[in-house]
Design a protein around this ligand. Structure first.
Ligand SMILES: [Zn+2]
Length: 253
């Protein structure tokens, strides 16, 4: 827990230190003619050097996570050089994910068919539900091939400071699946809910809330194990992870 708040502090520090935006004209602020004080006269906004459609594409691309202005310019030039068919294929793929992909009405997984193929698969153990925060967590777990039950995607986690309560998540839908077997695929009664939330302060808080709600319904609650990552070395592992590993130790024979 302490480790998490430490991470938040560090991130907060970076947010303060890192420049929020690279100069839109590609100038690096290299001019030494800076007063050094906070009351510098704002420079007049120069018109973009790009044709309007290119500038618009750069603007859209740079709003994507992990892509700054420079990266967006590189991608835009790549697309300008690319053949029309490959650029149009990208445009179509973007259109299709917004038109064809939706959330499963049972588990909220991303899908192009409702219910999703996981909920529809009769060979899966429908009495077990693994709760995750986001569809990408479900995909990561599914890729292990080690789990054959169903899922429930919360679409976030409780975060009272950001105004995210149970009503903003799919908690109600999960409880309905527990209360009414008809709302669970195959009409099967859920016997166990496995909490697969991220091991963060908010993930833990969400897990605790859900555990109480589920337990009060007489349904078993477990959570994914925590501890040492395979291939790690004890001396480099954080105290929080070591504490989890000690707490979650298991018998060898
Ligand atoms: Zn589903």
């Amino acid at each position: 827990m302490g480790g998490f708040s430490c991470v938040r502090r560090v991130l907060g520090h970076y947010n303060r230190v890192m420049p929020t935006e690279v100069d839109t004209q590609g100038n690096h602020g290299g001019s030494p003619k800076h007063s050094g004080s906070g009351d510098a006269v704002p420079r007049p906004q120069r018109p973009s050097v790009y044709p309007e459609p290119v500038e618009r594409l750069i603007g859209e691309l740079s709003s994507l996570p992990g892509i700054g202005r420079r990266g967006a310019e590189r991608l835009a030039f790549h697309l300008l050089k690319a053949s029309e068919s490959s650029a149009m294929a990208l445009a179509r793929a973007i259109t299709d994910i917004k038109r064809a992909v939706q959330h499963c009405s049972v588990c909220s997984n991303l899908t192009d068919a409702d219910p999703c193929p996981i909920c529809e698969d009769p060979s899966r153990d429908r009495s077990r539900v693994l709760v995750v925060e986001q569809p990408k967590d479900l995909i990561a777990l599914e890729q292990t091939g080690m789990y054959s039950g169903l899922y429930h995607v919360l679409m976030g986690r409780l975060s009272p400071l950001d105004g995210i309560g149970p009503g903003e998540l799919t908690v109600g839908e999960l409880m309905a699946r527990l209360d009414e077997p008809a709302k669970n695929p195959g009409g099967v009664r859920i016997k166990e809910v496995i909490l697969g939330l991220n091991p963060t302060l908010e993930g833990d808080g969400t897990g605790l809330y859900l555990a109480q709600q589920i337990h009060s319904r007489g349904v078993g609650v477990t959570r994914l194990a925590r501890g040492l990552p395979t291939g790690s070395q004890l001396e480099y592992v954080s105290k929080a992870v070591l504490a989890d590993a000690i707490e979650g130790r298991r018998e060898m024979v």
